[in-house]
Design a protein around this ligand. Sequence first.
Ligand code: MN
Length: 235
Amino acid sequence: MRVGVKSDIGRMRRANEDAYWVSPPWYAVADGMGGHVAGEVASRLAVNAVESVALEEEGTPPELIRRAVQRANSAVWQQSQLKASLTGMGTTLTVARIDAGQCMIGHVGDSRCYIWREATIRQLTHDHSIVAELVRTGSLTESEAIGHPQRNLLTRALGMGPHIEPDIIEETVFPGDKILLCTDGLTSVVPVTELARLLGNDTTPDNLARRLVSMANDRGGPDNITVLLIEIAAP
Ligand code: MN
């Protein structure tokens, strides 16, 4: 398994509120939101909670993934209740555990997971956002969604209440597949066709992650950008 990861502040923001955590077979990205430092706190709490579940390794992959998302939610929710400065903070979380040809994903929010295989790319997660809902129901086209003023409004995020129901997605993976976890700082400016083209380059995940981040910055870098790329190796 080769892994590349890059997180960048972008060109418009004063702080990087994204967080990631990599410790094979676990991979996570989170995009925090909230005033002052709250966004950074939320995304950091979320990935730390994933780490604590990963260390336990007790349970089946879907149980582990669900527990990771739920513990992350509790951590963010509880802290937001304790400190006035953290009230209302939240975060996305997309976490993958890739083991024995199986990729198990837990997902809340509008960060994304894609799988690239033999020149085609497929989004494995659904965005929990108002705009994505409008696209799903046919009220908005994909191209209208890009740059939509309300694209940041989420319908589901961690830290909004004591309980969360994550999407759990299972995917069989094969040698040569590339799994991309990323925050919306990438996908809000780089269309999926270009993601597919770039991922087709025969270079290291590290190089690809760097190139994806530069691509987003070349398009103005309006948001923090986090890219985590895993290339599935032969067993
Ligand atoms: Mn973002």
